[in-house]
Design a protein around this ligand. Sequence first.
Ligand SMILES: [Zn+2]
Ligand SMILES: [Zn+2]
Length: 304
Amino acid sequence: MDPVTRTEPSTAKTVSPGTGVGLRCWGTRGSIPTPGPETVRYGGNTTCFELRHGGSRLIYDAGSGIRPLGLDIVEKGPDTIHIFLTHFHWDHIQGFPFFAPLYDPEDSIKVIGPKQKDIDVQNLFAGQMGPIYFPVPFSVVAAEMEFEHLNEGEYELEDVRMQVMRVKHPSFVLAYRIEVGGHTICLVPDNEMEGDMYDVGPDWKKRIVDFVGDADVLIHDSMYTDEEYERRAGWGHSTFSQSLRLAEEGGVGRLLFFHHDPIRTDDELDTIVARVRDGALARGCSVEIEAATEGMDVQLEADV
Ligand SMILES: [Zn+2]
Ligand SMILES: [Zn+2]
């Protein structure tokens, strides 16, 4: 599969600039890139999403999916790019050194993410391009770069309004609530709904339900089945059923499972999604359920 050219998977509509809000999924795999024939449909690249609404390039996370996105940007010409990060685990930043616009002096890139104690965003990025990890030093980056911290509160960019919230996963990890064009998309990355070992405050459960409240689309970490979770509690991730419970409690319209486990084949994911969907329908749950697919465009029509 070539995610640069693959634009229209079976269940998705294509976004036309100016007609609505679209979210392109460039990487939906969790933990480590997982290429191969058994993952070709849902994709093997790690976390990267792009918000398309006719304005600036807004990118969420820099997993290996940002590499083909970078090629797409280069093909279309220099741009002003904003990259919002959820956290700094490898699968969310590993594609950054391979992001082609970095090496074009005509590109402008702003990276916004959560500071980790005393380590700022620039040092976290430059660190992964040190000579022990990567052959090309950060000093070779030619694009105009800017770094900014975002650990709590709101962030506005043109007509896009974002709120962030710390979620339950090792280190300081952000979820994003993105409001644009009368629509709301919530991106909740690595997050362990049931974990109790995280320093997130006593009312966290209520706050996360409010945070995703009435979203058109919720994209949520769904690595494990209930059976698998019995052996994975404390690993920082949620189950399919936990994600669905959050979507229901928040009154979400459409739920996309993501951060697919590297061991999960396409066929297994099909089976799991069908089972969860059937169970939800049987008890009258109205949430639309599917698994995020690399190359998928999630389109929300303009209604404002
Ligand atoms: Zn991850
Ligand atoms: Zn993580």
